[in-house]
Design a binder for this molecule. Sequence first.
Ligand SMILES: *Cc1c(COP(=O)(O)O)cnc(C)c1O
Length: 428
Amino acid sequence: MKKKLKKESVCVQGGWTPRKGEPRVLPIYQSTTFKYDNSEQMARLFDLEDTGYFYTRLQNPTNDAVASKIAELEGGVGAMLTSSGQAANFFAVFNICQAGDHFVTSNTIYGGTYNLFGVTMKKLGIECTFVDPEWDDERIEAAFRPNTKCFFGETISNPGGHVFDIERFAQMAHRHGVPLIIDNTFATPVNCRPFEWGADIVTHSTTKYMDGHATAVGGAIVDSGNFDWNAHADKFPGLCQPDESYHGLTYAKAFGKMAYITKATAQLMRDLGSIQSPQNAFLLNLGLETLHLRMRQHCANAQAVAEFLENNERVAWVNYCGLKSNRYYELGQKYLPQGSCGVIAFGLKGTKEEAIRFMDSLKMICIVTHVADARTCVLHPASHTHRQLSDEQLREAGVAPDLIRLSVGIEHADDIIEDIRQALDASK
Ligand SMILES: *Cc1c(COP(=O)(O)O)cnc(C)c1O
């Protein structure tokens, strides 16, 4: 049996093991299609009786190598790459929900996901209830209904930096016979592996730390293989009853622990076609090769910057779970003992104009609609990414109107702090 490698080694070596004479570096299989010797071979692929590549919309060897690295990093049984994080979260829920179904989600989630769940999926007849993870169990459990199919949350929320109590909510989801889906984008498997705390499905916007260089939009879904779909067969007909679009095949019967991720690939990706391009998967893989090193530096820098901000009189509040004074410090120590991420949320004293002047005065740090890459950047969600949300929705999503999201990069911490110091001075 293959010896299990440590996470750092999986980052570098996982997913691609070349045989004699094959390229050492993962090749980009820039081909839409794959060749077979006869019609029978091809037919067996279409019936899911053989595994193999036939068309890149369904599967591609470059993508599969990267997906399997991510699955190994998370400790899952299988993974699928998607064209974006949005596609990953949509597929993750839609794979087990259909019109007439319902799910429960934390309200402290990424603004794009908030819209997807609250507005767009509603148009498909799938309803969700937003709950505040800080409510007590009884109040949150009241949101579960007989047609509820999953519970969703983010390990560390974007942009607020709330830490989700994964173990508590995994137990709650399981009490109601549904899986817990965790968006693990900000923590990455280097800092937290939600499956170890009972989560069933993990999603990623690989656009962020995994790529890490702001070069390729992408997403991933990872299946732990742990949820027993058959034990709740009435809730999950898509997995436990025959799929007429695959000649009556039943995923949970045919694929066991791989049922969920196989259905996501064979059915959703086939029909909705949001595959990641192999070129982007190649870039993602380069990013993954240094993920463990970069996360360490992001966290060390963010800790120094958060401490600087906390001690600055112009700063009204800072949310970073690495600060001892932070209300998420304990949860951070439990789930993210080696560090959380590079993203800090904070607010300045004074007017909104002063906050905007502060951002405009930054020199090395740029204002960009991005987060979690090598370059330190800053954004004001209420006027940028979240501008479609009302003030009330902003508050519900854990985004204070004065919240500045600072994504600390991997430059030298002294330079980052110096830039912030001069911008604070200039914005007075
Ligand atoms: C950015 C982000 C998404 C959406 O990902 P895209 O790759 O931009 O589609 C989803 N969840 C979280 C936590 C994110 O930060």
